[in-house]
Design a protein around this ligand. Sequence first.
Ligand SMILES: C[S@@+](CC[C@H](N)C(=O)[O-])C[C@H]1O[C@@H](n2cnc3c(N)ncnc32)[C@H](O)[C@@H]1O
Length: 261
Amino acid sequence: MTAQMLDIRIQPPPGGEVLYASGQVTVIWGDCRDPQVIAQVPREYGLLATDPPYGIGYRSNWSKQFDQLEGDDGTVDWPAVLGEWVGPDGTRSIGMADKRHVMVFGYDAEALSKPLRLSATTELIWDKVIPGSGDVSSAWATSHEPITFGVHFKRPSDRKDGRGALTARLRRGSVIRWPRPSGVLRHPTEKPWQVMAQLIESSTVLGDLVVDPCAGSGSTGVAAILTGRRCFLVEYKREFAELTVERLRAAERIVARMQAV
Ligand SMILES: C[S@@+](CC[C@H](N)C(=O)[O-])C[C@H]1O[C@@H](n2cnc3c(N)ncnc32)[C@H](O)[C@@H]1O
């Protein structure tokens, strides 16, 4: 009988537990708010691409088969947590490298700009093509999610005028159209890896390190590996962290087979 069947909450240990590490991938079962976990984030990484809990506790019919997501009850200041991940104010070499990009699902530029020290923000839209059943009391069935893009500046003076902002490698429209995952649900808010790949490819180069503190089912990591980048992932819930490892191993096997071509 598993802890899940007995409905026992398994907490990650302080500092987390590395469930998988290869040359390209690190997956930690841990709490991304834990300073001991944050201390393990590699310095001067290349991209923060993440989808933290939205803090609204709302569950669509689609996701009711899962428990409410951890940290989704509105008690966690997620922009402040992500601020720790890009590196606290006054630090230069901790966290994300200077003038690199941030992409955060579900939070707007107003909430994110100050704690993450962003400039040149833009709202991107993931068009999910198929509307969800969602909140049926609304006249509109939601079929999109907002993603905030921004450039992280270590120096306030650079931030003020957006000086030195890296341009995206591929300049394209701000709507990314790709159907939501269908079939057997593995995670209530799984993002298609293809959407994450589009984001990652436009803001990084081969070999860059992509970081996601709220990995969920691991789609950010899968996209990073399939596009020749590296990833550093943290997930709180043990079963999702294990799913992330399983998917990352599969992605690495695909890349290994492609190298043999
Ligand atoms: C919106 S989901 C991410 C979904 C993911 N983008 C995907 O494609 O599967 C947010 C995730 O953050 C995790 N989470 C919540 N609190 C956390 C914490 N303190 N540390 C790490 N992960 C956390 C939840 O368990 C959930 O899986």
